[in-house]
Design a protein. Structure first.
Length: 125
């Protein structure tokens, strides 16, 4: 088990080194590992902020405006794109199939951004 005091040290090492040792086990660190870690961190943070916690979620406050929802919606779109890129990249060795998937993702992203601006355009700075 990682000792809590060392967590910050491990986090720094993950982004600086190619291998770390945790409880005598060596863990290879590459860009895919780092990307997975950052993606999980963003998703976990969004989940905690919007769904539960020891404090009332900002989206449940009577003072919440659509800017708060716009921020969350945009983050979810960004994470969706990132996850889809990872899935596409590892889905097939056939470049033509990947090209089709990338085109579909591009079209879905354009539609999502049009919807985003339609919903939140007046609240974007």
């Amino acid at each position: 088990m990682i000792i809590e005091e060392k967590l910050e040290d491990y986090t720094k090492k993950i982004f600086k080194e190619n291998e770390i040792e945790i409880n005598t086990a060596k863990v290879k660190i590459d860009n895919e590992f780092r990307l997975n870690l950052m993606t999980a961190g963003i998703i976990y943070t969004l989940r905690n902020e919007t769904l539960h916690g020891s404090l009332m979620a900002a989206t449940k406050s009577s003072k919440t405006d659509l800017r708060r929802y716009a921020s969350n919606y945009y983050c979810f779109i960004a994470i969706y794109i990132l996850l889809m890129l990872l899935l596409i990249e590892h889905s097939s060795d056939n470049d033509e199939i990947k090209k089709t998937y990338y085109t579909e993702l591009l079209n879905a992203t354009k539609k999502n951004m049009i919807d985003f601006h339609s919903l939140f355009g007046n609240y974007l700075e």
